[in-house]
Design a protein around this ligand. Structure first.
Ligand SMILES: Nc1ncnc2c1ncn2[C@@H]1O[C@H](COP(=O)(O)OP(=O)(O)OP(=O)(O)O)[C@@H](O)[C@H]1O
Ligand SMILES: [Mg+2]
Length: 363
């Protein structure tokens, strides 16, 4: 086993009278992708906030590179070489890529207080080239996709020689292709000896990327799994504390009735998915499973009118439905809800979501 980079031992944290972390141990070795999984509220984000100095633990020890240390602030974490990429990115939209990467460390012109922009862009470009990212130093962040903004955050971390990069649900707002690009970046980081602590709810990602996995349940560490042990049934069992087959609720959840509300017949989008048919009943929760890139998101985007489909038909409430735009889909759904339930609040909310002012809309 390679050398230890970070070890936390006996971490405890309560918010008021509620204990959230109960004696948690975790160890990350150099150059590994280490996943942290657990159900919502298990304590994952709280643990990484302690490691990155955002929160202080009530008890416990932290070792970095074999030495006991205290992380009392974000600066302490940065100085050790720990960087965190949160879902709410911390880059500044109005600044350029180079300005964001070198924020607070801009090169100056000689001994003057003026920023040497050329030098700043050159430094950023050399970092971009070194890691092979698809970025331009002079582009403003607001022009970039979420995925590219994440890359800027990663470069920012790399430019200060981070040896541990923590990612808290980094793929939550990425498309399949963007997520794949992120995975290859993560694999490159590992190849460079950088450790990545990866938080995700998606087992397929964790399975594909991780060398080891720590499972938290209800604020406690319940397992440390090696790559070979990262098997879906095993992980789910550890996360929820029971196996799905023994779940008393399983199989007893039935749709309220058999009234079909959505029928999808032979839906295709050339080169993306083909000839897909299914129905959804009123009052039922219909799940869609599949690996990353299998086309789940793309199917849903066509159904709500965000993308065009190239073949097939849709029926909504028994009538043919052509989703020309997401805007129309929201309106149609809102009116159906209103008609069925008379819930004016739902209708109002849907208007708000679609950017319409209900005050100016005739119902
Ligand atoms: N600042 C806070 N004040 C009070 N309670 C908090 C605070 N932050 C988190 N908690 C509580 O601590 C528990 C653990 O939250 P945490 O955010 O660490 O979970 P998580 O594993 O990251 O969950 P998720 O998968 O939903 O992101 C939750 O019950 C949460 O409500
Ligand atoms: Mg969280």
């Amino acid at each position: 086993m390679s050398a230890e980079l970070l070890r936390v031992r006996g971490i405890k944290k309560s918010f008021g009278a509620t204990p959230v972390l109960k004696d948690v141990d975790m160890e990350i070795v150099k150059g590994e992708v280490h996943a942290l999984m657990g159900e919502n509220g298990a304590g994952k984000s709280t643990l990484i906030k302690i490691i990155t100095g955002v929160y202080q633990s009530d008890d416990g020890e932290v070792f970095f590179n074999g030495k006991e240390t205290e992380i009392n602030s974000r600066t302490d974490a940065q100085n050790l070489g720990i960087a965190c990429i949160y879902q709410e990115l911390s880059v500044i939209p109005t600044l350029t890529v180079a300005q964001n990467i070198l924020l607070g460390r801009e090169p100056s012109i000689g001994k003057t207080p003026f920023i040497n922009k050329k030098e700043m862009n050159r430094t950023a470009q050399s970092l971009i080239d070194r890691y092979g990212f698809n970025l331009n130093p002079t582009d403003a962040l607001e022009k970039l996709t979420i995925a590219q903004r994440q890359m800027v955050e990663i470069l920012k971390a790399l430019s200060v020689q981070a040896s541990l990069i923590i990612m808290d649900e980094p793929t939550a707002s990425l498309s399949g292709k963007e997520a794949e690009a992120l995975f290859s970046i993560i694999k490159n980081l590992r190849g460079m000896g950088i450790s990545v602590l990866y938080i995700s709810h998606r087992l397929d990602e964790v399975y594909m990327l991780s060398d080891r996995l720590t499972v938290l349940r209800d604020g406690k560490k319940v397992a440390l799994l090696s790559k070979a042990e990262i098997v879906p049934e095993n992980v789910i069992h550890l996360m929820i504390g029971k196996s799905l087959d023994n779940n008393a609720d399983y199989g007893t959840m039935k749709p309220n009735n058999n009234e079909t509300i959505l029928t999808v017949k032979g839906l295709s989008r050339t080169g993306v998915f083909e000839n897909l048919s299914f129905t959804a009943n009123r009052g039922e929760i219909l799940g869609f499973g599949g690996l990353i890139g299998s086309g789940r998101t793309e199917v849903m985007r066509c159904i709500v009118g965000a993308d065009k489909y190239t073949g097939g038909e849709l029926f909504f409430e028994g009538k043919p439905y052509i989703p020309v735009s997401t805007f129309k889909s929201i309106l149609v759904t809102a009116f159906v809800l209103y008609r069925k339930t008379g819930a004016a609040r739902d209708l109002y909310r849907s208007f708000r979501l679609s950017g319409i002012s209900p005050c100016r809309t005739t119902i």
